[in-house]
Design a protein around this ligand. Structure first.
Ligand code: GDP
Length: 304
């Protein structure tokens, strides 16, 4: 099974299938062709400005290669799309970073309901299968049910969860978790946090305090601050991302619920507008429905 066989059906319909149709009806590289290409990008929720820019870049690529027939034009466009999907062109930027020794810490941020907890569960499952010793920290002590939900995931994938009662200081939970990770030689600590954008100053202080607690014990941690964004919210996700970038040092994006939307183009907008790599994509609610973001396979997944 290919990496993106399942989960991109909806995006494939609006994006891949439309581009395929555009190639199928191809007559010549004229204004009309590029207008339709731009339209297709906009419909895939690439965002207007990015769509215009990408369309121009694709036009440039076609010209550069002197592509004239259907085969050459479609190849030029698909290859250029792959290049554009890669974060600043550097493949290694899309990969998760780990500590060379001692526990690796990933901090998860994002507003309620975007899929943070689910992503942590899926990732815990993956790391455990890789033979890593995984610890979870329930530092979203604010939302009713968040702690329970993480504990539930811990049971499901059989990893330990550090938690306190609802309303306790999130930094205290993280402190305990970091201590335990060090003392008991955990490989990875995944920290769930509350993403209350309604009060940005509080959120900034809370995340800064959590980061301080981590860094005091493990100077190179957290290795990643991953912002979860719900792909079905389209351009709103971009607005959220801009706000989170203002309050904390985000290192990468987890784009969730791509299976539930036709807006696969949003990945392009993230790279172009936020200059942040998409590191992981969520393609469903089950444990196995999490993929590394790999631009080439992703684009070919859209054109299947
Ligand atoms: P949190 O509040 O950010 O921790 O969000 P949750 O992890 O509780 O997720 C909210 C809802 O989104 C849950 O019903 C999840 O099952 C669902 N969800 C999370 N990720 C995905 C995904 O990739 N695809 C789909 N279809 N649903 C998802």
């Amino acid at each position: 099974e290919k990496k993106y066989d399942r989960g991109l059906e909806k995006s494939r319909k609006t994006f891949g299938d439309k581009l395929n149709a555009l190639f199928a009806n191809f007559r010549s590289v004229d204004e009309e062709f590029f207008d339709e290409l731009e339209e297709t990008l906009i419909e895939a929720d690439v965002g207007f400005e990015t769509a215009v820019r990408i369309s121009d870049e694709l036009k440039e690529e076609v010209k550069l290669r002197n592509a004239k027939d259907k085969q050459a034009v479609s190849q030029a466009i698909i290859e250029k799309l792959v290049a554009l999907y890669e974060a600043e062109g550097k493949r290694e930027e899309n990969a998760l970073h780990f500590a060379p020794a001692g526990p690796t810490v990933f901090l998860f941020v994002g507003v309620n309901g975007v899929g943070k907890t689910t992503t942590i569960g899926k990732l815990a499952h993956r790391f455990k299968n890789e033979g890593k010793k995984v610890l979870l920290a329930a530092a979203d002590t604010f939302r009713a049910g968040a702690i329970e939900q993480l504990v539930e995931w811990g049971k499901r994938v059989d990893v330990a969860v550090v938690h306190k009662k609802e309303g306790s200081d999130p930094a205290a939970v993280v402190f305990d978790a970091v201590q335990r990770a060090k003392e008991e030689d955990y490989d990875v600590l995944l920290v769930d946090t509350a993403g209350r954008l309604q009060n940005k100053v509080n959120l900034m202080n809370e995340l800064a305090k959590i980061a301080r607690v981590i860094t005091r014990e493990l100077p190179d941690a957290p290795q990643e601050v991953l912002l979860a964004l719900d792909a079905t919210t389209g351009q709103n996700a971009l607005t959220q991302a801009k706000q989170f970038k203002e309050v904390t040092n985000v290192t990468g994006i987890v784009l969730t619920k791509l299976d539930g939307t036709a807006r696969g183009g949003i990945v392009l907008a993230i790279r172009n507008e936020l200059h942040l790599p998409v590191k992981l994509v969520g393609l469903g609610e089950q444990m196995d429905d999490l993929r590394d973001f790999e631009p080439e396979e992703f684009v070919y997944g859209l054109f299947k």
